[in-house]
Write a new protein. Structure first.
Length: 181
């Protein structure tokens, strides 16, 4: 009976295994949340090919699920593209951590540089490091960045374990809220 159950589970897993091509199609359709969530299950289940890891990691970055990138980046070594993706993941992790320290501990980011990307963490890090921001007078732990037609407000949550909130605005309308811990 036990062998039957194991065979059934193995057979069911093989039938429902998603191919890399199916993940690519979801990625092309900007279903980043699905690629990230499902891809992480396969990744932690042992799927380790670099194209797959890159696809899942980039999807996770697009939905602000930054923490898994730390493990993924160490697996991306065999090609120039993989190493570039690994550096992208590492820079997002470092930017997230340094922004958190800046907001919580008043650590300086002056003169620190990381590779630039289109990710919101890169945008915020660049501005905090160059001093291109203003403190909001009503709350010194609230910062405003205005550049390239973007308006971004950075603040700290009231949670017991603080989160850094990054709000992107279009005029007075909140477009997207990111939070990092």
């Amino acid at each position: 009976m036990r062998n039957f159950i194991l065979i059934y589970i193995l057979f069911f897993s093989v039938l429902n295994a998603k191919t890399t091509e199916e993940f690519i199609q979801d990625f092309k359709h900007k279903k980043y949340d699905i690629v990230c969530q499902e891809g992480l299950k396969y990744y932690y289940g042992g799927r380790q090919d670099e194209m797959f890891i890159s696809l899942v990691g980039i999807s996770c970055a697009n939905v602000d699920n930054i923490n898994p990138l730390g493990q993924m980046q160490s697996k991306l070594v065999s090609s120039k593209e993989s190493r570039e993706t690994s550096s992208y993941f590492a820079s997002l992790l470092l930017a997230k951590r340094l922004i958190y320290q800046f907001m919580i501990d008043d650590s300086s980011l002056k003169n620190l540089q990381l590779p630039k990307s289109s990710h919101i963490l890169s945008f915020v890090f660049e501005h905090l490091g160059s001093g291109n921001f203003t403190y909001m007078s009503q709350n010194p732990k609230m910062i405003k960045i205005e550049d390239e037609g973007k308006s971004v407000l950075i603040s700290i949550s009231d949670d017991e374990i603080k989160k850094v909130l990054i709000d992107e605005y279009n005029g007075a309308v909140l477009n997207k809220r990111h939070w990092y811990q």
